[in-house]
Design a protein around this ligand. Structure first.
Ligand code: PEP
Ligand code: MG
Length: 541
């Protein structure tokens, strides 16, 4: 029985499904806000021990980072990490931290805030450029220590102490559903997502649809209104969110739920068409096989990095990529090279903060500036291609020159690697590339259209901004003209062109996409059946 009167809120539906459950609030501020937690005198020793352990762990992290940077960038650049370690393990720092715990009777986290914030203040006040620059180092050490103390693997903490279930069998509520959060919670046990911010084609929305988790975004003050454990009804079809739902509302929804056709799997291929699966992790390839997908339409490889929160070495990448290719059993898999930037933050790659990330160092631009990442990935992909054909998709290509340059870098990196069938093609997701489509088809083996970004850049409309969601409507004549013209170029050069933006997973657009000339669709796995049925209806009519 609900204890409060129900409140109905209207948000933006981003992933289908209806669920009623208690919530888990993800506390996004946990690492940035100082909370002075008091402790009992008998717990001083325990807090000191936690601190020593955290210092040891962070030291090890710095050692590893030093090794990685040394081998990939250079010894000089790697020195920064030994300097950080030196500061971190300085006995006077440990002494200050211990004293802070003893004197203030506070937790290890509180001591870190107290001591390091004081250092930062002191360093900032000294009129010396070198010393001022050290503030960044101290902030970095502080952040690492707090992260470590926040409980290594347990990345996301609920606000409501005592009721925390870390998303397990709950609806996860977050201020913004970042790809990192989506990749980190236990998705198998998560019942739904609600966020304050985020658009329909944000990567988090794409991921929740792929995972089949009902989701709603654009509920502004939900964080202030509810606690962990509040019962919520979430309707991912309509965007309605009901706090403390009444028994009557719940039974109405239950009745509606029964009317939703329980999607039968349509797993028969359709001659002349390819319905391929979009995936974000190698494990999803098995699901793609269950739906008898005609290959992988788009493997968002960057999501593997986001899920592991680290930059993956060649062998780990190879294992994941080989798993996908082997599972697809001879059908081609389109692997997109790391598409870093935009709403996909990867702090572990030490990317500089940008004012305008959607227009910054994204996709192809990023790869050109970080050749070591492209080279490692190229080698892993080439090794995996021994097990089956791979199409390499280059993200955010803006011109022929850029595509040629990156393909050259790729080919150079794999000179000594035995490989199988490897094809190369750009993603059409930036308007400038569409203007030179003919030239790109001339030099590429295939291409793929990413309408999520193409629409964003064509209409200068942030795909992740829920407040502009009513204007983010890809059903626009200008977009359709471009799609038709891309198909004409593909036909002229007799090269395959697929479509893998979210529009391809929406059965309402299938007739128009077929009319525009598409025959290859990269689709979110839960949408494969409905897309097949929509195509079948047209083919049989
Ligand atoms: C796109 O932009 O349409 C696309 C498929 O890529 P992503 O959604 O990963 O940016
Ligand atoms: Mg894109």
């Amino acid at each position: 029985m609900s204890q409060k009167k129900e409140i109905k809120l209207q948000g933006l539906p981003i992933s289908d499904g209806i669920v009623c459950a208690t919530v888990c609030l993800l506390n996004n501020d946990r690492h940035t806000q100082s909370s002075c937690t008091r402790i009992l005198p008998e717990n001083v020793g325990q807090e000191k021990k936690r601190l020593v352990l955290a210092i040891e762990q962070v030291s090890l992290k710095f050692d590893n980072l030093q090794k990685q940077v040394s081998s990939k960038i250079g010894k000089g650049e790697a020195e920064i990490f030994s300097a950080l370690k030196f500061m971190l393990t300085d006995p006077t720092v440990t002494k200050k931290l211990f004293t802070a715990i003893e004197k203030n009777l506070c937790s290890a986290e509180s001591a870190v805030f107290l001591v390091f914030d004081k250092f930062i203040e002191q360093f900032k006040s000294i009129d010396d450029k070198y010393i001022k620059e050290r503030v960044t180092d101290i902030t970095d050490i502080k952040q690492h220590l707090i992260n470590e103390l926040a409980n290594e693997k347990d990345n996301f903490k609920c606000k409501g102490v005592g009721t925390c279930e870390h998303g397990h069998n709950r609806i996860v509520v977050a201020e913004e559903l970042t790809p990192t959060i989506t990749c980190n919670i236990d998705v198998d046990a998560t019942l739904g997502f609600i966020s304050e911010r985020g658009g329909k084609t944000s990567h988090a929305a794409i991921l929740s649809r792929a995972l089949g988790i009902p989701a709603v975004t654009g509920i502004p003050d939900i964080f202030k209104t509810i606690n962990c454990g509040t019962e919520i009804l979430l309707n991912g079809f309509t965007g309605e969110v009901v706090l403390w739902p009444s028994e009557e509302t719940k039974s109405q929804i239950e009745a509606q739920n029964l009317q939703i056709p329980d999607g039968k799997i349509d797993n028969k291929s359709i001659p002349g068409f390819k319905i391929m699966a979009n995936i974000s992790s190698s494990k999803e390839a098995y699901k793609a096989l269950e739906f008898n997908a005609d290959g992988i339409g788009l493997y968002r490889t960057e999501m593997e990095f986001i899920a592991e929160e680290s930059d993956l070495n060649e062998d780990i990448q190879y294992q994941k990529y080989a798993e996908v290719v082997k599972t697809m059993n001879g059908n081609i898999s389109y692997f997109r090279l790391l598409d870093v930037g935009g709403d996909k933050e990867m702090p572990f790659l030490n990317i500089q903060k940008e004012n305008n990330p959607q227009l910054g160092c994204r996709g192809a631009r990023f790869l050109k500036r970080r050749p070591e990442l492209l080279e490692i990935q190229a080698r892993a992909i080439a090794r995996a291609s021994v097990h089956g054909p791979i199409g390499v998709i280059y993200p955010m290509i803006v011109s022929c020159e850029q595509f040629l340059e990156l393909r050259e870098m790729f080919n150079k990196a794999i000179q000594d690697v035995p490989c199988g069938e490897l094809l190369h093609g750009p993603m059409f997701e930036v308007p400038s590339a569409c203007f030179v489509a003919d030239d790109l088809f001339e030099i590429a083996d295939f291409a793929s259209v990413g309408t999520n970004d193409l629409f964003q850049y064509l209409f200068v409309l942030d795909r992740g901004n829920e407040q502009l969601a009513d204007e983010y409507n890809p059903d626009h004549p200008i977009l359709w003209n471009i799609l038709k013209s891309l198909n004409q170029s593909a036909k002229k050069h007799n090269k395959p062109l697929s479509i893998c933006g979210a529009i391809a997973s929406d059965k309402r657009y299938i007739p128009k996409l077929i009319d525009a000339g598409f025959k290859i669709f990269g689709v979110a796995i839960p949408a494969i059946s409905s897309v097949r049925q929509a195509i079948r209806e047209i083919v049989n009519s």
